[in-house]
Design a binder for this molecule. Structure first.
Ligand code: GLA
Length: 391
């Protein structure tokens, strides 16, 4: 669908009837992978912490596993200079030097702003300075922008109708899209407006390479599961260059069990979600590293077909999700949302297989030989059995 037609539809009905491909597929052909400061560091992020993350990303093997973006979230912003140019605050003495450092590690640097006058943490936003800020980011060597609605909601509140409020938001996202494009630098454009107004319907039309589909995650099973399992039905809106974003990872932050973190990683992989680690990479345990860098799980997330998976069935606390992969196989997650281990009975007929399938258990790294088509397996509390299956 042409962008102009789609935008006209948005104005008319806030609705684009089918997914629209993004314009800059080349910069996020796969769901972005990297790290973001917010979940662990919040306002404590600074230059030293970011450098430590970049170094750890390389030395731990995370870069080798595909993690490339080092993203500074909110609280880096300082005052504007006399000409209105945004400056970093004292926590970041030289953003260009930081970008050079990150680039020297073979990594990319991301930053954060808001279309409002203020960010969520009440730092300086980009309102009225969009082009200027985009130019500054490009001059610094920024590769990724998370653009978080926050402060703009004040203006939206004053709009006469919900449609007018929606239009203020859409226009603001288009404005920054155009500003970023005018710099000529490829900058991944990450929309953050918590999934409001069914952003998956129009996120790609405003240039989004990814868009948050929900409110903020926290490091608890209830939060992660509520977000992850709510993503059913969104698969058709994602594809190369334009991804649904159920928020950043909490793996390694300490609030969930290992089985719960496996659920987090498996579900995000099935969802073709961006994998932005949210822990302190410089102090993580080998167990956390293993969760973040399981090659088979990452291969599902980054599968070249770029087709998001979806729920196949939900029977009480047992949910089965699957994702079609480029080689004709399927990733199948059998999840137990109960707080005790449960036996799950899976019927592979529901996934289009009439006979037994070959299977590999991705967390155990173990070939299971032939299983099914009726298959019973015990799933740990809040856990998952994550399989790759093929005929
Ligand atoms: C919002 C976003 C978070 C984070 C904070 C920063 O809450 O959803 O991901 O960026 O703002 O203030």
């Amino acid at each position: 669908m042409k962008r102009s037609i789609c935008l006209a539809l948005i104005v008319a009905s806030q609705f684009c009837s089918r997914p629209v491909s993004a314009q800059k597929n080349d910069i996020a052909a796969r769901p972005p992978m990297g790290w973001n400061s917010w979940n662990h560091f919040k306002d404590k992020v600074n230059d030293a912490a970011v450098r430590a993350q970049a170094e750890a990303m390389v030395s731990s093997g995370m870069r080798g596993a595909g993690y490339i973006y080092v993203n500074i979230d909110d609280t880096w912003e300082g005052d504007r200079d006399a000409n209105g140019n945004i400056q970093a605050n004292s926590k970041f003495p030289d953003m260009k030097a930081l970008a050079d450092f990150v680039h020297s590690k073979g990594l990319k640097l991301g930053i954060y702003s808001s279309p409002g006058s203020k960010t969520c943490a009440k730092f300086e936003g980009s309102y009225g300075h969009e082009l200027q800020d985009a130019k500054t980011y490009a001059a610094w060597g920024i590769d990724y922008l998370k653009y978080d609605l926050c402060g703009l909601r004040d203006q939206m509140k004053d709009a006469a109708t919900p449609e007018a409020a929606h239009q203020i938001m859409v226009d603001a996202y288009i404005k920054m899209r155009d500003a970023l494009r005018s710099t000529g630098r490829p900058i991944v454009y990450s929309l953050c407006q918590y999934g409001n107004d069914a952003v998956w319907e129009w996120g790609a039309t405003v240039g989004g390479n990814l868009w948050r589909t929900t409110g903020d995650i926290s490091d608890k099973y209830t939060s992660m599961a509520a977000i992850g399992f709510s993503q059913a039905g969104l698969a058709r809106f994602a594809g190369p260059g334009h991804w649904n974003d159920p928020d950043m990872l909490e793996v390694g932050n300490g609030g969930m069990t290992e089985d719960e973190y496996k659920t987090h990683m498996s579900l995000w992989a099935i969802l073709a979600a961006p994998l932005l680690a949210g822990n302190d990479l410089s102090t993580m345990t080998s167990q956390t590293l293993a969760l973040l860098t399981n090659r088979d799980v990452i291969a599902v997330d980054q599968d070249s077909a770029g087709k998001q998976g979806d729920r196949v069935s939900a029977e009480g606390p047992i949910e089965v999700w699957s994702r079609p992969l480029a080689d004709g196989s399927k990733a199948v997650g059998i999840f137990n949302r109960h707080q005790l281990p449960l036996a799950a009975h899976v019927d592979f007929h529901t996934m289009g297989y009439s006979h037994a399938v070959k299977a590999k258990d991705l967390w155990q790294g173990k070939d299971l030989g032939s299983i099914g088509p009726a298959y019973t397996v015990t799933i740990p509390a809040h856990g998952v059995v994550f399989l790759k299956v093929w005929p």
